[in-house]
Design a protein around this ligand. Structure first.
Ligand code: G3P
Ligand code: CA
Length: 269
């Protein structure tokens, strides 16, 4: 546009880079954050877990075997659980080569390093607390890291951060401890239960195959803890047909491994 601002058509969903732009770079690495930034995608999604010695790190699976060279580096540490490794041990892992040789040397980021990169790129973050049942207290620790990195400052906290989880208890815990933080519940609650979820969730983020137009309308009628009607970000939408179907259903956001593809299909940014 004339001002250089991205043009977002009315009704176009917001696009989130799922685990970063993970169709193009290894998921949950700084390279995947940068790949999203290079496409002009503002929002990135990540997954947070905890090491044996209490460091918060960004990784999706609760084991290290799929997305790092842990099996090679630590052959006798089966099943390579994140929570059984120290931060120093995890820092030695290669989290890029499995995806493509040109990403050799990418690391499993600490949450702090990840936040600083998202910040430096002037991006926004959809932070998932992954498997919180494995990590008692991870909500408070995540909020502490966010606070220390400046992410909870009142001037911008609601504009650039959403914290989500499949665990309603975890989302409620985040909301209770820091009510200013925008939260999302991952799942598809029954319409009859929406008011209960709306006590602690501002957004409801369902798998795309599970939703209907009636469900979307019902969610959009309920008000969340900040007094606004609930919004819906659906996952994982990677193809143009599904993206347009979700747009027609009226969802507010698409969480995508290929954010450029679904943005193009829906006229969003
Ligand atoms: O953001 C939604 C999506 O990330 C939830 O599923 O397994 O990719 O964390 P998963
Ligand atoms: Ca996730």
């Amino acid at each position: 546009s004339a001002t250089g601002e991205p043009v977002r058509l009315v009704g176009a969903p917001v696009v989130y880079a799922h685990r970063g732009a993970s169709a193009y770079a290894p998921e949950n690495t700084l390279a995947a954050v940068d790949a999203a930034a290079d496409m002009g995608v503002e929002w990135v999604e990540n997954d947070v877990q905890r090491t044996k010695d209490g460091e918060l790190v960004v990784v999706h699976d609760d084991t290290l075997s799929r997305t790092t060279d842990a099996k090679k580096l630590y052959p006798d540490r089966k099943p390579w659980r994140v929570r059984d490794f120290t931060a120093a041990e995890i820092a030695r892992l290669d989290a890029g080569s499995w995806f493509d040789a040109r990403f050799a040397g990418e690391r499993v980021p600490t949450l702090r390093d990840y936040l600083d990169r998202v910040d430096a790129n002037q991006q926004r973050l959809l932070l998932e607390i992954k498997k919180p049942e494995l990590y008692p207290g991870i909500e408070r620790e995540t909020l502490d890291v966010l606070a220390r990195a400046g992410w909870l400052d009142r001037s911008h906290v609601t504009r650039r951060l959403v914290v989500q989880s499949f665990s309603a208890d975890s989302v409620r815990s985040v909301h209770t401890q820091r009510p200013e933080v925008v939260t999302a519940f991952l799942g598809t609650p029954a319409v009859a239960d929406l008011e209960r979820y709306a006590e602690f969730s501002d957004r409801i983020n369902p798998w795309h195959t599970t939703i209907s137009a009636d469900w979307v309308s019902a969610v959009h009628r309920v008000r969340g803890p900040h007094g606004k009607t609930l919004e819906i970000d659906t996952w994982i939408v990677d193809d143009p047909t599904t993206a347009r179907r979700m747009q027609e259903l009226g969802v507010d956001g698409l969480i995508s491994n290929a954010p450029d593809v679904v943005r193009e299909a829906t006229g969003g940014f």
